[in-house]
Design a protein around this ligand. Structure first.
Ligand code: NI
Length: 245
């Protein structure tokens, strides 16, 4: 169930039997020559849709702009500063918490969001802790690409070609839902260089076509269908444990 398609009385009714919501969070950033700029936001949406097929769960609006400062030297990339993203996450949580939601399961598609979203969670809890009050809020970040089943399958499918950005796993997952998005472009080198992340200009020097360590061309819609099933299983398992907390 997508929040966007409900009315407020329907949300009120949902709150009588569940206080949990999934918030897909991603990024709008370059993903190399064959990966779409929306990859990191599309992936958690695709996984969330698969979860909703199996379980009655509410899916909130996708936070599609994340912390992607290191991609800003590539056209089309959009970033929030870490401090801005902390505010965005806090405001989203506190908007819905005031209405009765208590369990927020952030389904994340972008590694660059991890540190900042965790910092946002700490800010939210710190407000209760410093006020010596109790918070019923339960916040969880689940990175679909780090699930156990996804990890096993991506190692089996792609080995060390997975890399860390514009990965064949994430591009495959997008292709499973949007097969028409496939690009036939030769990549040189086949496997992109790896390296540290500093600022945007440095990132583009080290990673001229935008990929990090990935053999992106190994991606396919068929691999994506298997990864989607694995990601849905990982996320439902994590959600099941989380809602009992
Ligand atoms: Ni990505």
């Amino acid at each position: 169930m997508k929040l966007q398609f409900l009315t407020w009385p329907e949300v009120e009714a949902y709150l009588t039997h569940s206080r949990a919501i999934i918030i897909p969070i991603g990024s709008t950033e370059q993903h190399g020559p064959i990966g779409m700029i929306g990859t990191d936001a599309l992936c958690p949406e695709i996984v969330a849709a698969g979860m909703a097929e199996r379980r009655k769960i509410l899916i909130g609006p996708t936070l599609s702009i994340g912390m992607a400062q290191h991609h800003l030297a590539f056209p089309g990339s959009v970033s929030l500063r870490p401090s801005t993203l902390i505010q965005v996450v806090s405001d989203v949580v506190e908007s819905l918490a005031g209405q009765g939601f208590s369990h927020f399961f952030f389904l994340n598609g972008h590694g660059g969001n991890i540190a900042t979203v965790q910092a946002a969670f700490s800010e939210i809890w710190a407000r209760a802790s410093f006020a010596r009050s109790q918070s019923a809020l339960r916040l969880r970040l689940h990175n679909w690409f780090q699930g156990e089943r996804v990890g096993q399958l991506s190692r089996q499918l792609f080995g060390d070609g997975e890399g860390s950005h514009a990965t064949p796993s994430e591009i495959s997952l997008v292709l499973s839902a949007y097969p028409e998005a496939s690009r036939e472009i030769a990549l040189d080198p086949e496997q992109a260089p790896s390296g540290p992340i500093f600022d945007a200009a440095d990132f583009r020097r080290r990673h001229p076509d935008g990929r990090m360590g990935a053999r992106s061309a190994l991606a396919s819609a068929e691999h994506g269908r298997r990864l989607r099933a694995a990601a849905v299983d990982d996320a439902l398992e994590a959600l099941g444990q989380f809602v009992s907390l």
